[in-house]
Design a binder for this molecule. Structure first.
Ligand code: ZN
Length: 743
């Protein structure tokens, strides 16, 4: 069959590229082919999968690790007047939900609470709505999460406890932006120490619930900025010192609430709302050692974070921090986005893709709608989609529950850089790092690389030695210890790719005079960051190298929007042609056509290969989509990994790949993003892909019984030759899972 690699090989061997393009369907040509020429070489070298993990008896696991489906009809103040509890419970039970969220809250009590300031909802009328819902769920064998919300309260509480409020720099109380009768509570005050525990203990005294959850706290994707009496004694918000104080407080409360949950039942626990993927508020390494349930409040795309892979990205973060403990992605059935409708169903194709990504990236399904007007919703279109999906997944739980990721590339997620890094002048810091993340993510997806995220605080050799290469996309903040861990990794044979300001700040955001990894990477800083005013800089090709495969008929390649100038190095591969005026065109030429400033620095140390790009190349690819940047990054990653892979999926289309070891065998998940709405808006239709050829080398002695395609519901033939398993997935609609059963 014709695919990109074969096409390029064919064209290299026999035809000028222009003729080849006319001969073959242009749709099969990737963006890389703007670089005229062909990538030489072969398919990646398949390295054997690791020896299979020992089996685990599911009954020996904590109960939450066997939860696969979570249901939530988020309850409104009006629901006690309108919701049909039997219909609600029947729906989630028949869908196959293992557990449901039921609202206790903290803003409005859904039961006759006696805790002071726990105001009864105005439609409660003395009724025990929470208790009735708990009973209906338990009668059907579903577990129950008691859902609280400690982030807001009313004026009477504020009058009695003015110290509970968040305040601005002028001392004014911070109010809910949508409902000014509600004030925002401060997480450092006795509101969290006294009020929340009082509610938890009241619930434990009255009901049988399985665990406790807080919505609305801790904050997602940013840190609080409060000037109350307590917070004004803390370091300023958005500093590393504040982040430490914030993390200490989050963990103090988390442990406190967890202990209260366990006062009644030792297998109960507490968990809180999380999300924000790589920009999660609490430190993910510290929290990952405590949390037993990661609640990924990552309900859908927004116009300022528009990539379709937003849920998968979150799943990769959860895998990096939870070490196999439970994680679920809250997928909204309602209409998420910058303009949102909390009580209207979203596009079915979009809702389904978010569920697909949840499973593919290793999380448990979680489906969410808000409000039950008219019994169980004025808009009920979301319900069949959810129950159909849950029921399909339930048939395949064993194959869909991952045990271990099969990837040989680790992408370092610099959480502190994401939260605190200032970004070059003129750029919005948060946007800058989001663009960087999407740049490396899109690069890896385009190249069909299997990869994991690795947290900056988890760079111990034992954890990262499984990766052939670590990628550091502008991981600006690195401690001396983290840098030493990276050196140890390279000394043990690992390869790295780093870019831009990686290691130019320490863990306290103190700027370094020199790159912390200067010795390892063979680089030295020659000045401050240079941005673009007009026409961005170019890379001049100085000599041939595998990272330049496929580039011909050009002396220049595009550089990045920003770069750190470097001192010269011997025998450079690419040098910088500095930027210049882009308008007027009369002045759009380089005053200096040749410099000795490196545009990439490459090293080989034993079996390790090191690449450093002084430009913000991943982000610039995200901003522009330039195929030369994509090709340069792909070539570099292949050079770093010596073109080794654990799984290879060959075929047309833009997709995201996950490969997992499972209890029955292996699962290859393919998410089809070949869609006009992959980068904006919502999916509204599916554009199916043709054959995808999968190959992987199994551990010695492992035999294959069957390869089942779980979405299309059929089996596919396979070949096993010298431990290399090969099979073809004939067609991928929105999603396919190839489940390999071994015996
Ligand atoms: Zn405060």
């Amino acid at each position: 069959m014709l695919n990109r690699r074969n096409f390029l090989k064919t064209s290299a061997a026999s035809l000028p590229l222009a003729a080849a393009i006319q001969t073959f369907n242009p749709a099969s040509i990737s963006a890389e082919t703007i670089a005229v020429g062909a990538r030489s070489g072969t398919d990646p070298k398949l390295i054997p999968l690791p020896a299979r993990l020992a089996p685990v008896d599911p009954s020996s696991l904590p109960w939450q690790q066997n939860i696969r489906r979570v249901g939530q009809s988020n309850m409104t103040e009006h629901d006690p007047a309108v919701m049909n509890i039997e219909e609600w419970a029947d729906y989630w039970h028949s869908a196959g939900a293992d557990i449901v969220f039921i609202s206790v809250t903290g803003i409005l009590a859904f039961y006759p609470s006696k805790v002071p300031f726990h105001r009864h909802g105005k439609f409660l009328n003395g009724r025990d709505f929470f208790g009735e819902c708990v009973a209906a769920a338990r009668k059907r064998g579903m577990r129950v999460v008691a859902r609280m919300s400690p982030d807001l309260n009313w004026g009477d509480a504020l009058d009695a406890h003015p110290e509970w409020a968040m305040r601005d720099a002028n001392g004014s109380v911070l109010l809910s932006p949508e409902e000014s009768r509600l004030f925002r509570t401060c997480m450092f005050t006795s509101y969290m120490d006294d009020y929340v525990p009082a509610i938890m203990r009241e619930i434990n005294s009255l009901y049988h619930v399985d665990c406790f959850y807080t919505n609305g706290w801790p904050p997602i994707g940013s840190l609080p900025n409060c000037h109350c009496g307590i917070c004004s004694k803390l370091p300023p918000s958005n500093t590393t010192a504040y982040w430490r104080a914030f993390n200490d407080r989050v963990l103090e409360l988390w442990h406190k609430y967890d202990a209260i949950a366990k006062e009644k039942k030792s297998d109960s626990f507490f968990f809180a709302n999380l999300g924000g993927n790589v920009r999660c508020g609490p430190n993910l390494d510290r929290l990952g050692k405590t949390a037993v349930w990661f609640q990924a409040d990552n309900q859908g795309r927004t116009s300022d974070d528009p990539a379709v892979w937003g849920c998968s990205l979150q799943g990769r973060v959860c895998s990096a921090m939870m070490d196999g403990k439970f994680a679920a992605n809250v997928s909204a059935a309602y209409s998420t986005g910058t303009v949102r409708w909390r009580n209207a169903s979203k596009n079915p194709a979009e809702a389904r893709m978010w569920l697909n990504e949840t499973l593919a990236s290793g999380m448990a399904l979680y489906y969410h709608f808000i409000g039950s007007e008219a019994g169980f919703g004025e808009d009920r279109r979301w319900q069949k989609l959810g129950s159909d999906y849950f029921q399909w997944a339930k048939k395949h739980d064993a194959h869909l529950k991952p045990r271990r990721s099969l990837a040989n590339i680790g992408v370092v997620m610099g959480q502190s850089t994401q939260l605190l890094y200032p970004a070059p002048a003129g750029a919005h810091a948060h946007d800058y790092m989001r663009e960087t993340t999407h740049g490396i993510y899109a690069t890896l997806l385009n190249g069909r690389f299997a990869f994991d995220f690795v947290h900056e605080d988890r760079l111990d050799l034992e954890r990262i030695s499984k990766y052939r290469a670590l990628l550091l996309p502008n991981i600006a903040m690195l401690s001396d210890r983290q840098c030493q861990q990276i050196r140890d990794y390279v000394r043990s044979g690992g390869s790295i790719m780093a870019s831009f300001e990686t290691g130019l700040y320490d863990e306290n955001l103190q700027r370094r005079e020199e790159f912390a990894l200067a010795d390892l990477l063979g680089i030295s800083k020659a000045g401050d960051v240079i941005g673009t005013n007009g026409n961005a800089y170019y890379d001049r090709i100085e000599r041939s190298h595998p990272i330049l495969d496929g580039f011909s008929n050009t002396n220049w390649l595009p550089g990045g929007q920003n770069r750190v100038p470097l001192k010269s190095v011997p025998d450079p591969v690419l040098t910088v042609v500095p930027g210049f005026v882009q308008y007027p065109p009369e002045l759009a030429y380089p005053p200096a056509s040749h410099t000795d400033e490196p545009a990439v620095v490459l090293r080989e140390l034993g079996s390790s290969r090191l690449a450093y790009f002084p430009g913000d190349i991943e982000r610039t690819f995200w901003l522009t989509g330039h195929g030369d940047l994509l090709r340069l990054l792909h070539n570099t990653i292949r050079w770093l990994t010596q073109d080794e892979a654990m799984t290879h999926v060959d075929g047309d289309g833009f997709l995201e790949l996950f490969a997992w070891e499972t209890t029955p065998g292996y699962a290859i998940h393919l998410l089809n993003y070949t869609n006009p709405n992959a980068h904006h808006g919502w999916l509204s239709a599916v554009y199916s892909l043709g054959p995808q050829n999968v190959s992987m080398t199994l551990p010695l002695g492992v035999k294959v019984k069957a390869v089942d395609l779980l979405r299309s519901g059929r089996t596919t033939p396979f070949r096993l030759e010298d431990s290399v398993l090969r099979f073809t997935i004939p067609r991928v609609d929105d999603y396919e899972v190839a489940a390999v059963t071994v015996g």
